[in-house]
Design a protein around this ligand. Sequence first.
Ligand SMILES: [Zn+2]
Length: 97
Amino acid sequence: MNTYSIYGYCPICGAEGDTRERRPNGNDTCKNGHTYPTSDRLSTLNGLTTLETICMMHEQMKLLSQRLDELSEQGTAKIEELMQENERLRKLLDDRA
Ligand SMILES: [Zn+2]
């Protein structure tokens, strides 16, 4: 699926689109005879199908979200540390009062 097809690729079998109806919201037909709305076709992006690209982005989003969780845990721990320090200082001041 690394060759460029002007009609994109069949979302059912991945074969190249063969024909396209010349009307708005028309259908494409792939080389294996599947018919599907033109808007459902898989286009290529750097040799990847749109579906593959979306899967890849999804994986990256998952990694980013895990990283965010880690960072927010670190942030929460830091805040708790600062609050304890704050409390300790306030006790020191109370003791002096
Ligand atoms: Zn097909």
